[in-house]
Design a protein around this ligand. Structure first.
Ligand code: AMP
Ligand code: MG
Length: 502
């Protein structure tokens, strides 16, 4: 028998990294070709080897001065075709008109190895200078928010949640004015497409239905090719995006991730987590928690995310109406959201609790758990990780968990129900622990961890960014040498505020 040859992934140098310009095949009204604006004396803050491997780039290139210049926007490589795409959107529920890209410049795309799910990865520089869509902005991004985006993109990938990726983050000592002066940085983001719900809304609200159709056909051809021969391709597209969005939000809820700014211009047409800003991971459980200090009404609180995901799909449905034709067909495509969300969510909670079967009273078990977690302000990530250590036979292992609850009797009552539930399916402790540890991360990007890394980076020490990246890329691994990174947040962390300023 002839076996196929097994080849290692290609490790190309920067010069060998071929790039295409798929997005530029759209008509010129979709974008503006432009050059990035250089930043003085850029330096590498951190590169993600995993992201480099994904595009077949040799990670040794991170330290090549040409790489650093190119991925700061100072050196236009021959394979780059820089452009800024146009889009609009709803911000905090209000139509805001044209918004972007004000500070993201697309460089082109890279064809991926045939074994990858996606065929291409687009590369984009965030913070590489102003564009015709910058409005009043300076086209820059600050070190603080860039480190957060870099780390969280890679952390989400480590959690197995659909997301844009980050190849690297570079910095410069050039000052950028925010509430106070900060220094500039550039994140190189990667995604099969950065097209947003707001990209469609842009053409709908400008009554350019021809462009709307071109965009929908482009997205279907590039990213949903299996819909091309569908009898109702635009309705099918809306349905697919609705499904992906519902599943994505369920995954967010399952790890306590809050995006913070779920405006329609931050919603990926591929169902990816996109545009990391004032995001947060739930610590002391509070469903009303608002991670974005600017969001005073709590529109984007943890508990509101599922319905906001649906609301955003409605905004996309509105924009696609001229292509779909009938209002009822739009509603039909959107109507699956709740059931897809509920079934994904149900499966995720079930797995987090280590249950292998689904029984009628499980929902009550989950609801009562969240009630006692809220009343006792239990750390979300820590609790689920610790729960895996429970013995189904005896309460000898309960101390660590029980000690976290002020209301011990509430804990005892719940854990008693949980133990009987485990017995109902004859759950085996060791095997269940392994399953639970594969879905309940030990490490998430807590705000205070990011803050420590940012403060060191502001002093030119990038070691903590590197360390966090390494830890967060394997969030389900025990990594006992990094136990401290799984600890509960220190008292000072409660005063951290993260806002839209970036
Ligand atoms: P965001 O709230 O970060 O998703 O940004 C909304 C829009 O404003 C996006 O299109 C950004 O490109 C744009 N934007 C944000 N900050 C800046 C900035 N400093 N300069 C130019 N455009 C910006
Ligand atoms: Mg955005």
């Amino acid at each position: 028998m002839n076996y196929p040859e097994i080849l290692p992934p290609p490790h190309r140098s920067l010069a060998e990294l071929e790039m295409g310009a798929r997005f530029a095949e759209l008509p010129p009204t979709f974008y503006t070709r432009l050059a990035c604006t250089p930043l003085p004396a850029p330096y590498l803050i951190c590169g993600s080897e995993a992201a480099a491997n994904l595009i077949g780039l040799d990670p040794a290139e991170f330290h090549n001065p040409h790489f650093i210049e190119a991925f700061t926007g100072n050196l236009a490589l021959p394979q780059f075709s820089p452009l800024a795409a146009v889009y609009s959107g709803h911000q905090f529920g209000v139509w805001a008109g044209q918004l972007g890209d004000g500070r993201a410049i697309l460089l082109g795309d890279i064809a991926l190895a045939p074994d990858q799910i996606e065929s291409h990865m687009e590369l984009q520089l965030k913070g590489a200078g102003s564009t015709p869509y910058s409005r009043m902005g300076d086209g820059r991004a600050v070190l603080r928010s860039s480190i957060r985006e870099f780390l969280c993109s890679e952390a989400m990938a480590g959690l197995g949640i659909p997301t844009s990726r980050a190849l690297c983050v570079t910095g410069s000592d050039k000052y950028v004015l925010r509430e106070s002066p900060e220094t500039a940085a550039v994140v190189t983001r990667m995604a099969p497409s950065f097209i947003r719900f707001g990209s469609f809304e842009h053409w709908f609200y400008n009554q350019k239905h021809e462009e709307l159709k071109i965009l929908a056909d482009y997205v279907i051809a590039q990213s949903y090719p299996y819909l091309q021969d569908h009898a109702h391709p635009y309705q099918a597209l809306l349905k697919e995006v609705t499904h992906r969005t519902a599943k994505l939000v369920a995954q967010w809820q399952s790890v306590g991730f809050m995006h913070g700014v779920l405006n329609t211009d931050n919603m990926s047409i591929l169902g990816l987590t996109l545009d990391y800003g004032p995001f947060g991971f739930m610590e002391a459980y509070d469903p009303g928690h608002i991670c974005n200090h600017t969001d005073q009404q709590g529109r984007y609180s943890y508990k509101n995310q599922p319905q906001i995901g649906h609301w955003n799909c409605y905004a996309l449905g509105q924009a696609l109406l001229p292509l779909i034709g009938e209002v009822d067909d739009v509603h039909a495509a959107l109507s699956d959201y709740e059931s897809v969300f509920e079934s994904s969510m149900g499966q995720l909670w079930q797995a987090k609790l280590g249950l292998q079967t689904s029984l009628p009273h499980d929902q009550e078990l989950i609801t009562s758990l969240f009630m006692i977690m809220q009343h006792n302000r239990i750390d979300f990530t820590w609790f689920f990780r610790q729960l895996a250590h429970l013995s189904s036979e005896s309460n000898a292992e309960d101390t660590a968990l029980r000690d976290m609850f002020l209301d011990r009797s509430a804990f005892d009552a719940w854990i008693g129900q949980y133990r009987s539930r485990l017995k109902q399916e004859n759950s085996q402790d060791e095997e269940r622990k392994q399953r639970m540890h594969a879905v309940n991360p030990k490490y998430v990007l807590r705000n205070y961890l990011a803050q420590v890394a940012i403060e060191k980076a502001q002093q030119k020490d990038f070691s903590e960014v590197e360390k966090l990246l390494t830890i967060l890329q394997h969030p389900f691994d025990e990594q006992p040498e990094h136990d401290a990174y799984a600890a509960l947040p220190p008292a000072w962390a409660s005063s951290l505020e993260v806002s839209c300023s970036s």
